[in-house]
Design a protein around this ligand. Sequence first.
Ligand code: SF4
Length: 355
Amino acid sequence: MNIYGLTYAQLENYLTSIGEKKSKAPFIFQSLYRTQVTSLMDVSEINQRLKTQLADTFTVTLPQLVDKTDGTDTVKFLFALQGEPETQQEYLIEAVLMKQNYGNSLCISTQAGCNMGCAFCQSGRFKKVHNLTTAELVSQIIAVQKLADCTIQNIVLMGIGEPFDNYDNVMQFLEIIMHSHGLALGKNHITVSTCGIVPGIEAYTAHPCHGLLAISLHAPDNDTRSRLMPINRRYPVEQLMKTARQYIYATGKKVMLEYVMLENINDTPEQAQLLADLIGTDKFHVNLIPYNATENSGFTQSSRERIMAFYDVLKKNNITVTMRREFGASVKAACGQLRADYENKTLLPKECNSL
Ligand code: SF4
């Protein structure tokens, strides 16, 4: 078993089960997450016998780097995961490092492929073939910190996959990366982004390890949103916004509404007004995202004029709104683009064979 999948409490339980003291757990967590040892024989402050026992029981496994694309402020990593030993199936996932003036943020994947089928999304082209394990989630961070020789301050679960479609592993992952002997990331430094799985948002809100919440909204009305995002047929806009408000009231935190600007689809001033009405005076923050146009997507990026007109309507309604700069267009950092590009060029897309 990969030791990155163990929570601190599970590690303590393991130590007790082999007759060791729980007080060894901080040294093991610190060696894994601060010193970033590659072998359990290098864990400091524990005796040789325990090192050997750990090394015989656990592995320290990181995802294998397949490709890396450097941009000015963005580095995109394509990793291969080994998957289950029985199937020997290899999975490709992406992680994107964004160097921002408030620290390094890492956007990680939660699934290989995605079943949510959002019309504008590259990842949606590849059906889900694997829920990332807790260890695979955690080890993306360690791998990037080592490869880029940096410290990650913020984690965003906005890569390939829908986090709440892999809920248990994602929440265990959050517990590990928040732990004070581990990466010690605070709640305000972790954002989980969902396409709108209402029961997932409810459970996340009630969970002690919740971080911030972002919702991929992308349209203020059910007709447009259902065309763009099939999940809307199950959890329509009104129900989604009601659940988002429950998160706001329970946590006191804002909810980020992601809104990708698609020309003539969701970018009219009328739609901006509908969005403003939907938000009212509650603590939402709208993030307008210029679409990273891809070949054969059938969508084009809204013009700057249309984006500005949309922005102005929201501003006039006193809505908090920002415009994301086109982070990572040069490194194909739109969801699933590097992977899609790599597979088109070099691999027979395993999952696509069945499409
Ligand atoms: S936008 Fe997110 S939820 Fe939708 S298909 Fe892409 S990865 Fe899945």
